[in-house]
Each structure stands twice: as C-alpha cells, then as structure tokens.
Design a protein around this ligand. Structure first.
Ligand code: NAD
Ligand code: TYD
Length: 351
C-alpha cells in the first residue's frame, strides 16, 4: 500500500522544496500539498513536478475545521509534514492576529483532525511539525541554541511558532500522538518571497534600488541553504525519534552587513558592474522593533544521531541563489508587479 503524506504550506518557499524532494525521491508515496495560497503561496514554485502521478494539490485553509477533517477522511493520511504558516517577522509586528490564527489555531485544527483520524491506532503515523530557531529568543555574542535551550520568543511571529511547538508536544504527551519537531535557522535559496532579506536585496541590487539595512547591520543570523533544510526534513521524517526535537542549522553566522557586502560583490560580478558599485546602494534605516540580536544553532544532535550535514558552503549557495533569481525574472516580475509594491511602500516609507 502506498503511504499518503499531507504536506501543508507546500506552495511556499521551504514547502515547495520539501514537496519537490519527496515527490521525486519517493514515487511510492502519494504527496498531498495543502495550501490556501496566501500572498506567499505560489503554484509557479512547483511547475516542474505538478503533473507527476504521485502529486496532488489541495487548496484549503488549515484553520477551516470542516475542510481539514473532510480531507483526513477522504485521503487517509499516514503522516503530516506541517509547514503552513505566516512566516515574516515584520508582518507579525504590523498584524499579529493573522499569526495567531494561522500558526496557533491552524496547528491545533490539524492536530485535532490527525488525532480524530488516527486515535484508534497511532502505529506508523507521524505528525512532523516544522518550526524555527526563533522560538529560543536572542543570543548574546557567545553560545548556541540547543534542543534543551528554554523557549524565550520575542516577536509575535516567534511567540506564535513557540506556542504551536508547545501544542504539538502537548498532543504527544496527552494523547500519545507520534510527533517530531525540528527548529531550523534562517533559510536562503531559490523561490523565497522577496520580502525576506536576501531575495529583497537581490531584487533591489538588480534594479539599482536602495538596500534597506535595519539599525547598524550588526544583527547576526545563521544561514542554511533551503535544499539542505529539505534534506534534513527527509532524514528526520524517516529516522527521527518520535517525541524528539532536532535543531537544524548551517554553522554559518553572518552579520547582516557582511552578508550584504558579500551579496553586492557577487552581484557586481554577475551583472558586470564595477567592483564596489552595488555596495553604494546600502542604506541604513530605522531598526525593526524588538530586533533579535543573534541566532546560532548547535546542530550536533542531528549530525551525531542521524548523520545530516549541510551539503554546501555559503559561497556556493549564494552564487546558486543569485543565479536562480537572475535566470527567473518572470517569477520575480509576477510577484513584484502585484500587491508587493504596496507592501514595500508601507513597510519602508517611514523608515
Ligand atoms: P512561506 O511564507 O514562504 O510559505 C508559507 C506557506 O504557507 C505559503 O505557501 C502559504 O500560502 C501557506 N499558508 C499560510 N497560511 C495558510 C493557511 N491558513 N492554510 C494553508 N496554507 C497556508 O514560509 P517559509 O519560509 O517557506 O516557511 C515554512 C515553514 O518553515 C514555516 O512554518 C516557518 O515558520 C518555518 N521556518 C522558516 C524558516 C525560514 O528561514 N524561512 C526557517 C525556519 C523555519
Ligand atoms: P529576515 O529575512 O526578515 O528573517 P528573520 O527576521 O526571520 O531573521 O531578516 C533577516 C535579517 O535581516 C534580520 O536581522 C532583519 C534584517 N533585515 C534588514 O536589515 N532589512 C530588511 O529589509 C529585511 C527584510 C531584513
């Protein structure tokens, strides 16, 4: 019998990479991609696999109780890989309610539907919850986030993700639902919506527009190539210990300013610009409210127990990413020609 796997948020950035990996690598699985297609969901992310026999798209909202319970009845899912979420910190500062609804309520709706469908026999079932390192809060100059680091989320986004993690663990403890959670650092790569630092900057550099750096640009993030995140999810899904948490990270810390310098230099070469030309676009703007200083993951549990490691260095990953955005102008154009301009004006006009 084929396994039926529900992947939520599969039309988004990371979800589309996970769906692609699973559809191509596991013809023996039926992959159901559930996505409501918010501004961040884009079926163009999946045109290379959307006619495959083991792939089906389901348009729907994870907060819609009736709809979610109906698809659990209809498709007999064996496992859920849950990525659907509101994911942008800046939007969570302007509109926290959407984050509460989608990230917290939506996760409980899915947990309930899975519990109801599986309660007579949890054998061979799994609810895999994809989360973020931001639940651990903000680090000072030293130290790393471990799986045992106490939660201390500081933005509406990270607080909503932390809440959803707690609920997943509560279903494991209370109902014995088999679950696994992973908390990953910042991702970069192809198909990322250009509201996030790297694709936003690539687009602005290309169009000779100012690159907005919050504060002094000295905040630190640990960047992981998105395909490596998808590989980690694959490993944890198949080999992770039920009830456990795994941190995923790139061992790749950059201040925002150093990262943008690097990106400018790569783009100068790709666009045949004079060395240093793109760096002139850097513009320091008002800082993000409550801006977390530093994130850094200790991924040794995942490496030691399950043998996962990042497959490439940042230099290679950033080149691949820039190449993808330059080669996929229509993908970018279709986004920036829509509501994006309005979002951009609102977010950056008073900074
Ligand atoms: P994204 O914003 O690119 O995609 C989110 C997807 O979820 C979109 O396709 C959207 O349409 C869908 N969605 C949103 N609300 C929905 C709803 N109510 N019902 C159904 N679908 C809905 O996000 P991403 O960057 O790909 O992140 C995916 C997951 O990974 C999130 O849970 C996020 O918290 C987590 N994560 C992201 C990062 C990162 O660097 N981007 C790092 C660690 C963890
Ligand atoms: P982002 O890509 O939004 O991810 P996160 O907030 O989840 O880490 O931002 C990455 C870093 O870049 C973060 O420190 C905020 C900063 N940043 C800017 O300086 N300018 C920008 O325009 C954006 C979107 C982010």
């Amino acid at each position: 019998m084929k396994k039926n796997i529900l992947i939520t948020g599969g039309a988004g950035f990371i979800g589309s990479h996970v769906v692609r990996l699973f559809v191509n690598k596991y013809p023996e699985y039926n992959i159901y991609n559930l996505d409501v297609l918010t501004y961040a969901g884009n079926l163009e992310n999946l045109t290379d696999i959307d006619t495959k026999e083991n792939y089906k798209f389901l348009k729907g909202d994870i907060t819609d109780i009736e709809f979610i319970s109906s698809i659990f009845k209809k498709y007999n899912f064996d496992a859920v890989i849950h990525l659907a979420a509101e994911s942008h910190v800046d939007r969570s500062i302007t509109n926290p309610m959407e984050f509460i609804n989608t990230n917290i309520v939506g996760t409980v709706v899915l947990l309930n539907a899975a519990k109801d469908a599986w309660k007579d026999n949890f054998n061979d079932k799994l609810f895999y919850h994809v989360s973020t390192d931001e639940v651990y809060g903000s680090l000072g100059e030293t130290g790393f986030f471990l799986e045992t680091t106490p939660y201390d989320p500081k933005s509406p986004y990270s607080a909503s993700k932390a809440s959803s993690d707690h609920l997943v663990r509560a279903y494991n403890n209370t109902y014995k639902m088999p679950v696994v959670i992973s908390n990953c650092s910042n991702n970069y790569g192809s198909h990322q919506f250009p509201e996030k630092l790297i694709p936003l900057s690539i687009n602005n550099i290309k169009n000779n527009k100012a690159i907005p750096i919050y504060g002094k640009g000295d905040n630190i993030r640990d960047w992981l190539f998105v395909n490596d995140h998808a590989r980690a999810i694959d490993v944890i899904f198949h080999k992770g210990k039920q009830g456990d948490t795994y941190n995923i990270g790139g061992i790749n810390e950059w201040t925002n300013l150093d990262l943008i310098h690097k990106l400018c230099d790569v783009m100068d070469k790709k666009l045949s610009r004079e060395a240093g030309a793109s760096r002139k676009l850097i513009t320091f703007v008002t800082d993000r409210a409550g801006h977390d200083k530093r994130y850094a993951i200790d991924a040794s549990k995942l490496r030691n127990e399950l043998g996962w490691e990042p497959s490439l260095q940042f230099e290679e990953g950033i080149e691949k990413t820039v190449d993808w955005y330059l080669e996929n102008e229509t993908w970018v154009e279709n986004i920036v020609s829509g509501d994006y301009a309005k979002y951009y004006d609102n977010m950056y006009k008073d900074r």
